[in-house]
Design a protein around this ligand. Structure first.
Ligand SMILES: [Zn+2]
Length: 462
């Protein structure tokens, strides 16, 4: 039997991070229990109004390990082993006090928006709860109902974390990715991170199964957060076997600990393909461009698809340029989150399915009787021959096709503007993006202000 521990809403925008608390939990419980499988970061509906950074909850499983163990991290100089299976019959009550002490020590109780909770279940709730929580807005009562009879629930303050904690244990992966997370020494918390951008670029090219590492378009690293939290960096990828190697090639300040998580990041699990469009969901629909793109205040771009308004936001610059060349009658597939007021779909990705033909007039028609060029008699009126008086419709004019600056296929925002749950095109098409295969020597300007490079050393690891 496995103890399914779910944890959520312990962090705040000003620091801490639920994944760090998970490493503390692993450190504490792995002294006498065995970690089963990978610890999990389970991202939930990114459109919930009360989310902290990425609306990510945690699930960690413990039991009595069976089968061959694998090292999946290092905490306090100790290798962390994971087992594929478990036996044993541990009681949730046997660990609840230890989890309480850790939550009470590390959660940000002072932050009014932080409402921590954890659960310890003997078995997971049905997957339905996960699917509801990743795609819809669910109530605390719904989460409590799903967990009823499965074990213990402990909540603090308003206890809204119960939703994420329970939903995280309900994730039965059908698609998954992995993330290796490295943490900073406590002495460095809150100071600028030392991560060498050049080494991140090299790592990004050397390990094609990793994704969202480096924003080549905007020349900035994406693996290191910009908040004061304890995370040094996180590398995401499809193949767990590549992550430690990728991590070792990044030059940075020394890491205090690291751990590999299994996640639903980059899976598009949050996307609903059914209409009608409802607020606070992320939708996937096809339609014709009914109104061409126009730029509004702030540099955002708005266009309409089958009458639904779609917005591409300013931070995704090159993406916006591509979207900006759509014209009416193009056919597209849109994936985006629905904002209620004003009602619009915030574009996460777009696939161009059909390009309308765009033409321009090159000459007036010729007269069928005398062969002379006919005269225009106004924008909507037919053409007329000045000599014979013959009329011909506007459609008789000579036109030529204008080349489109857009091709069929998918377009996505640059790495730094993507959502955690958004499936990168690299994962959708199975192709390695050109930015990773380019043989052109890179000449990106790296903003000096972004990351300090006081003393870069190899990660120290035993
Ligand atoms: Zn004529």
């Amino acid at each position: 039997m496995v103890l399914w521990i779910g944890l959520d809403d312990t962090d705040s925008l000003r620091g801490m991070c639920t994944t760090f608390l998970a490493t503390e939990l692993v450190r504490e419980l792995s002294t006498d229990l065995d970690l089963i499988g990978y610890p999990r970061i389970v991202r939930l509906n990114p459109n919930v109004p009360w989310k902290t950074r990425g609306n990510g909850a945690l699930c960690v499983r413990f039991g009595r390990g069976r089968g061959e163990s694998t090292p999946i991290g290092e905490i306090a100089g100790r290798s962390i082993l994971s087992f594929p299976r478990s036996t044993g019959n541990d009681d949730p009550r046997s660990v609840v006090g230890r989890i309480e002490r850790l939550v009470e020590r590390w959660a940000c109780f002072g932050d009014p928006t932080t409402n921590p909770a954890f659960v310890v279940f003997r078995r997971p709730p049905t997957a339905r709860l996960y699917w509801r929580a990743v795609r819809r807005i669910i109530s605390k009562e719904e989460a409590l109902d799903a967990g009823r009879g499965l074990g213990l629930v402990r909540e603090y303050k308003e206890g809204r974390g119960v939703i994420g904690a329970t939903a995280a244990t309900a994730w039965h992966p059908h698609d998954r990715t992995y993330e290796i997370l490295a943490y900073r020494h406590p002495i460095a918390w809150g100071t600028p991170r030392e991560v060498d951008p050049e080494s991140v670029r090299r790592m990004d090219r050397a390990f094609p199964s990793t994704f969202n590492n480096y924003d080549h378009e905007n020349a900035r690293i994406v693996i290191a957060p910009r908040s004061p939290c304890p995370v040094l960096l996180g590398i995401r990828g499809d193949h767990v076997k590549d992550l430690v190697g990728a991590f070792r090639t990044v030059r940075s300040e020394p890491a205090d600990r690291w751990l590999i998580f299994e996640t639903n990041q980059g899976t598009d699990d949050h996307v609903i393909s059914a209409l009608p469009i409802e607020p606070s969901t992320t939708v996937d629909f096809r339609g014709d461009v009914t109104r061409g793109p126009r730029t509004i205040t702030g540099g955002h771009l708005i266009f309409s698809v089958d009458g639904y308004e779609v917005t591409a936001y300013e931070p995704s610059k090159q993406f916006r340029e591509k979207v900006g060349s759509l014209v009416p009658e193009d056919r597209v597939r849109v994936i985006g989150s629905v904002r209620d007021s004003p009602r619009t779909v915030n574009l996460e990705k777009v696939q161009v399915l059909h390009l309308a033909e765009v033409t321009r007039k090159i000459a007036n028609p010729t007269c069928p009787q005398c062969g002379k060029r006919m005269k225009s008699m106004g924008r909507a009126a037919p053409y007329r021959c000045a000599r014979c008086g013959v009329r011909r419709p506007r459609s008789a004019e000579a036109r030529e096709s204008v080349p489109r600056r857009l091709s069929l296929g998918w377009y996505e925002p640059p790495v730094g503007s993507r959502r955690h749950l958004s499936k990168p095109l690299q994962r959708m098409t199975g192709s390695v993006p050109s930015e990773k295969t380019s043989l052109e020597p890179a000449r990106f300007r790296v903003p000096e202000s972004e990351i300090s490079l006081r003393s870069i050393g190899r990660l120290s690891r035993s």
